[in-house]
Every structure is written in C-alpha cells, then in structure tokens.
Design a protein around this ligand. Structure first.
Ligand code: AMP
Ligand code: ZN
Length: 293
C-alpha cells in the first residue's frame, strides 16, 4: 500500500485527527447517498456548514456552560509588530510564542445543527422547517480509542416545528435509521443515552435527559471489541426555540435532529464488510439507494 493509503484513514501523528484516502472517501460518498435516499421522503433544505461558528451563538446555545472541555476555541495574535519581534524567536525555541493570543469571535463547530437554529432566530414558522446539514466538527476528546476522533464529519437531518411534529418525526426517523443499518448488515442496538455534561450538576442533567428520553443512540461495532454510537436521534424540547426566539404554530418551537457520524459509520461498515467497498455484497450496496461504490 502506498504511503498515502487506500481504504483506511491515515494517522497524522496527533490523536483523533486522520487523513481520508480515496477508498475511505468512497464509503463516505455512499453514506451521503444513502442518507439522501432516506431523506427523499421529505422536502429538506440542504445547507453546507463551515467548520466554525460564532462564539456568541455557541455561548447562547448553552454549549460553553455544558461542555467547556470539548469546545475548541479559535485564537489569533492581537499584538503589535514590535511585540511580535519579541515573541518570534520563541517559535523556534519551542517557547510560548502564543502567550498573547486572544480569543476571537469564532469557535470550532461542535455539532452540525447549531447554525440552523441560529439562522432561524426571531422567526415565526408556519410550516415545519426541515434542513439537512453536513459539517466538519471538532471536539477536544480526552481519549482516542478507535472511532473517537477530534475532527470528524457530521451529517444531520434537522427539524424545527411544533412539539407534536418533532416527537413524531424523531420516532419515525429513529425507526427508519435502525432498519437502514440492519440492511447495511450492521449489528445495531438502539439505546437511551445522555450527553457528556461537564462540571457540577452533570449527573442530574444526564439523569433528566435519560428520564425524558431526549437522546437515543444507534450503536454498532466500529472495531474489534469497540462498540460506539454511529448516530443519535435527539429531541431538544423548546430549548433552541426559547434561546433563539423561534415560534411554530404560535408556540415556542421545538427541535429534533438525527446526527450521523460519517467516519464512525464508515469504520463500522469497513469493520463489517472490508476496506474495499467495491467488493461489498450487492445487498449492502443496494441499501445505499442503488448507487455504485
Ligand atoms: P452527538 O451530538 O454526540 O450525538 O454526536 C452525533 C454523532 O456524531 C455520534 O453518534 C457519532 O456518530 C458522531 N461523533 C460524535 N463524537 C464523535 C467523535 N469524537 N469522533 C467521531 N465521531 C463522533
Ligand atoms: Zn443535532
């Protein structure tokens, strides 16, 4: 195999950051086609999302308070040219050249759906908003077992609407995605889950999340002895509707999203069927909507 790789992600020397060679991207492409086929039954608005988001938005959304350990912030040099003359030698010396870096107005995007809620801020929806988004996301994960990346791509189906719509929509999508994973030959289990809240009160938040079944995860083996969530189906109640001033049908809007981790799903499929998707069984390839590998 060439140094540049073929089917499996290439290590970069930093944990949780990989390069993606052509064979791996073919699998990611199949997944995009497959999710688009799943979503073809509703008129989704498709948005491509950049890997950064307004810091204020992410503060407002509650992410900083709940997951400060996972958030990647973006800093830049805010000093003077003469100040830099003093710091510059530190780069070569391995010193703290970054001592005067200042936080900016952007942070790294931690999940693909946040920009959707922010974009709908202060609006009154007459119909459910339905959006698909894909973005490179960043989370400063503390560990780097197989499937746990720091930079990864997330593909989401999102809806912003009434409570009734969001609950029904999520239940139907969860069932649909479970069935799809089975068609893909994946050994899937569906479990109530919680988010990794940080700091005081985290146990309480997690228990409340589980009790209200706000988060379901679809778990599959991604490597030998390693089972991970490859997708989640989330219901946020009126959290984002309230935060961003969105109404639906005259009430505060509710939101639901189904999030696919593209690298994790690709790893799970490769773990099950092999690194060369062109050799996968016909029935599996057909489950992507008949697309060629
Ligand atoms: P979450 O918002 O945590 O439910 O994440 C949605 C999906 O993104 C998960 O089900 C995973 O498939 C994927 N994901 C989340 N965190 C990571 C990570 N650290 N590395 C790779 N994929 C991830
Ligand atoms: Zn989401």
């Amino acid at each position: 195999m060439s140094r540049l790789g073929e089917g499996l992600p290439l290590e970069t020397g930093v944990p949780g950051v990989f390069l993606s060679p052509p064979g791996f991207e073919r699998v990611i492409g199949l997944l995009r086609t497959g999710v688009a086929a799943l979503a073809a039954d509703e008129p989704f608005h498709r948005l491509v999302i950049p890997p950064v988001i307004s810091r204020k938005t992410i503060e407002r959304a509650g992410y900083v308070a709940a997951f400060p350990n996972l958030l990647g912030t973006v800093h830049g040099y805010g000093g003077t040219p003469s100040g830099w003359a003093r710091l510059k030698p530190l780069v070569e010396e391995g010193g703290e050249w970054y001592a005067q870096q200042q936080i900016g107005d952007l942070v790294l995007l931690p999940a693909a759906c946040y920009p959707v809620y922010a974009t709908l801020a202060d609006s009154a929806l007459a119909e459910p908003a339905k959006v698909t988004v894909e973005a490179s996301c960043f989370r400063q994960e503390a560990t780097s077992e197989p499937g746990r990346l720091r930079s990864f791509r997330m593909l989401e189906l999102v809806t912003v609407a009434t409570e009734e719509h969001c609950l029904k929509w999520r239940a139907a999508r969860l069932e649909q995605v479970e069935g799809w994973f089975q068609e893909l030959g994946l050994d899937v289990s569906v479990e109530v889950a919680d988010d990794p809240f940080f700091g005081p009160g985290r146990k309480l938040y997690q228990a409340a999340q589980r009790l209200q079944e706000l988060k379901w995860e679809l778990k599959v083996p991604v490597a030998d002895g390693q089972v991970q969530a490859v997708a989640s189906a989330n219901y946020h109640k009126e959290h984002f509707g309230e935060t961003f001033g969105i109404t639906a049908g005259g009430e505060l809007a509710h939101t639901s999203c189904v999030a696919f981790g593209l690298e994790r799903l690709a790893l799970a499929l490769i773990n099950r069927h092999g690194a060369d998707s062109r050799q996968w069984p016909e029935s599996v390839l057909a489950a992507f909507g008949g697309a060629d590998a």
